[in-house]
Every structure is written in structure tokens, then in C-alpha cells.
Design a protein around this ligand. Structure first.
Ligand SMILES: Cc1ncc(COP(=O)(O)O)c(C=O)c1O
Length: 370
């Protein structure tokens, strides 16, 4: 028996006697339709064009052979906790940060209460809150396209239970500095939860390394969400997490998938990504160069844009963004329309490879008749 196991362990997957016939024959004819035409410039979802780090790919491939096993999040939580220097009971990992943007309103607002957020920000959390008829106070961004914390504070009522910030913000790419958010936190009633979505935190770093997690360590009533989808290039694999004080995490756990939302492969890929600083730096450089390229091009074309800290940026166009987006899509360049955030004259463009950025600008020039 021992020798059978030892010899079976070295066989290539297709040679196992019990394997499904289609895998054995290598004749799977099914083609995957990714929903975009061949060769499309996919600059609409703020994805990392470099993809996962080589180390993550290697570990994910290994993990695929364990696809039939359920995952345990034990090691992931342990390593994430040590990475962020918090205790393990302050972390919950799940199926992208979307899992937490969706369950936070169910956890904390289902019995009433109001939510304050910005009109031109990521919509998943407030849209979920709308489903359970939470009253939302939508505050416009200020004239620098950043969260207007003074107006948000003025919108507080005795019923306010949660405030949702996105820092840096999607779609505008603008960011608030640590001290500004810390001051805001200090001014809030203690029972209000400040949810800070830090999906793009790797691109806006405080000189002293402080962020929303620092506020949690300082004792503020803050939830921070993070994702492996952006900086780590694992969007399609789905892994995100939240950090908060243990009592908040315990409440969120009731509504979440718990470790059932994490697939075997991304669990391994996530762990490898945390270690690959080089790959992360390479992506940051690509983003920095891409942003400079777009700024130069927009300046010479006379197009206004919003200076960005993130791997995407917004540009003002001379058509409604709905029309401009459609015209670009017809030429296989995919971007987002500002209408989705009540900014109808702006397009949001994700930064891609240099060739993609070039194609995007050239196509935009044609579409806008510049
Ligand atoms: C600000 C923000 N938060 C959360 C998400 C969702 O990310 P995830 O892939 O972790 O669910 C996105 C995705 O674009 C985002 O832009």
C-alpha cells in the first residue's frame, strides 16, 4: 500500500486510473468566452495587467491538485495577522472584498440606522444597504474630487450607524491623507462605524506607513477592507479580507461565507503574493509610467483630467461618457463611463500595458474628433 501511494504521487494527473475520461484524453473542446472580443484593450475594471506574481502562479498550480479538498483559512489568517501585526481574531477573509461590502450593511444596518457616503464613490456597499431600505445620505465630493468630510460630518444624525469611505477613491483616484481621516475619526460619536475601503491602498502610501489599520490599532471604531484583486493581480481568483476589532469580526462572521468563500488555489496564491515585493513594485512602476503617459497625452490634446494616485484615472470628454464609451468599445477599447457615478462627462480609464495605453489614447482621439 505504502509503495502504491508513493508511486501514484509522482504520476502526471492524466495518468491516474480514476481520472475523468475527458482529462485523460486531453480533448476538452470547450472554449472559454471571457466576454470580450479577441485582442480587446480591457481598461474598464482596474485590473493588474501583469497578472499574479510568478510565485503565486506556482503555488496556485500546486494547490489545484487539492481542488477536491475544502480549504481551511487557518494559515491564511495567521499569516495575514502577522503581516499586519494584529491578532488573528481581528481578521476575516473571504470571496473578494465584495463579500464584506455586501455583508457589512446586513450585519450592522438591518435593524435600522443611516449610512453616509459619497455620491461619486464605489457603490457596492451602499447598493446593498439600499436593498434593506437603509436611509443613505449621499454627499457630493468636494471641488478637488475628494471625500468632503466636513459635509459628511454635517450629515450626521442620531440615526447614523455607518460611514463608508473609499481611500483612495474609485472612480476619481483621489486620496485623503492619514491625519485628515484620523481627525475625522476623533470627531465622530464612538458608536458609529467608519468603514474604510482600502482596495487601492498600495498605491497611496503614508510616509510613516500609517493607514486605516493604524486607526483600528489606535482604538477607533473602524473596519478596513483590503483585496488581492488589484495590487496582487488576483481579481479572477477572488480573495479579500477585513480587519477590525474582534467584536466586529465576530458579528460579520455570522453573515459571511467564512472560509467557504475562499478557494483552494487563491488561498495559496494569496500567501505567495504577500511575499513578492518585486512583483508589486514592478506593477507600481507600470502604473506610475502609465499615469505620466496619460497626463502628457491629455495635456497635449487639451483634455482635462483628475490627477490620480491609483491604477486608473478620469478624463473629461466632449461627448457624454455613455456615447464615448460605446464608440470606444466598438473599436475594442473598453473603459468605464462616468454616468455610473453621476459624472457624465468623464471616462474612467484603467492603466494597462504601454501599448494598451497608447491604443486607448489614439482611439480616444479618433472618437472625440481631436
Ligand atoms: C474600491 C473598490 N472596492 C472593492 C472592490 C471589489 O474588489 P474585490 O475584487 O476584492 O471584490 C473594487 C473593485 O473594483 C473597488 O474598486
Amino acid at each position: 500500500m505504502g509503495s502504491l501511494i508513493a508511486s501514484a504521487a509522482v504520476l502526471p494527473l492524466k495518468d491516474y486510473p480514476w481520472i475523468h475520461p475527458s482529462i485523460k484524453s486531453g480533448k476538452i473542446r470547450k472554449r472559454i468566452n471571457w466576454g470580450y472580443p479577441e485582442g480587446a484593450c480591457r481598461l474598464d475594471s482596474n485590473e493588474n495587467p501583469l497578472g499574479p506574481s510568478p510565485g503565486a502562479l506556482e503555488l496556485m498550480e500546486k494547490a489545484l491538485s487539492q481542488a477536491h479538498r475544502y480549504t481551511s483559512d487557518y494559515q491564511l489568517l495567521k499569516e495575514l495577522a502577522s503581516f499586519h501585526e494584529v491578532s488573528k481574531d481581528m481578521i476575516l477573509a473571504g470571496c473578494g472584498s465584495t463579500e464584506f461590502l455586501r455583508i457589512a450593511p446586513w450585519t450592522f444596518l438591518r435593524q435600522g440606522g443611516e449610512l453616509i457616503t459619497a455620491l461619486q464613490a464605489y457603490k457596492t456597499l451602499p447598493r446593498e444597504a439600499e436593498k434593506i431600505e437603509v436611509k443613505i445620505r449621499w454627499i457630493k465630493l468636494n471641488d478637488q474630487f475628494a471625500f468632503d468630510l466636513d459635509s459628511m460630518k454635517k450629515a450626521l444624525t442620531p440615526k447614523t450607524k455607518m460611514i463608508y469611505l473609499v481611500n483612495p477613491n474609485n472612480p476619481t483616484g483621489t486620496a485623503l491623507d492619514f491625519e485628515t481621516i484620523q481627525k475625522f475619526c476623533s470627531s465622530l460619536p464612538k458608536d458609529i462605524i467608519l468603514f474604510i475601503d482600502e482596495a487601492y491602498s498600495h498605491f497611496h502610501q503614508d510616509k510613516k506607513g500609517r493607514n486605516g489599520i493604524t486607526l483600528i490599532k489606535q482604538g477607533f471604531n473602524v473596519i478596513v477592507s483590503r483585496t488581492f484583486s488589484k495590487a496582487y493581480g488576483l481579481a479572477g481568483m477572488r480573495l479579500g479580507y477585513v480587519i477590525a476589532k474582534p467584536s466586529i469580526i465576530r458579528e460579520l462572521r455570522v453573515f459571511g461565507f467564512r472560509d467557504m468563500g475562499i478557494n483552494q488555489a487563491v488561498f495559496a496564491g494569496g500567501l505567495a503574493s504577500l511575499e513578492d515585493h518585486k512583483h508589486l513594485e514592478k506593477y507600481k512602476e507600470l502604473v506610475q509610467e502609465g499615469r505620466e503617459f496619460y497626463y502628457q497625452q491629455f495635456d497635449s490634446l487639451g483634455l482635462e483630467y483628475i490627477p490620480s494616485t491609483t491604477p486608473f484615472l478620469m478624463v473629461k470628454v466632449n461627448l457624454t461618457s455613455k456615447v464615448a464609451r460605446k464608440k470606444l468599445a466598438d473599436k475594442h477599447v473598453f473603459v468605464r463611463k462616468g454616468e455610473d457615478w453621476q459624472m457624465p462627462s468623464y471616462l474612467r480609464i484603467s492603466i494597462g500595458f504601454p501599448e494598451e495605453n497608447k491604443t486607448c489614447v489614439e482611439t480616444l482621439q479618433k472618437v472625440l474628433n481631436l
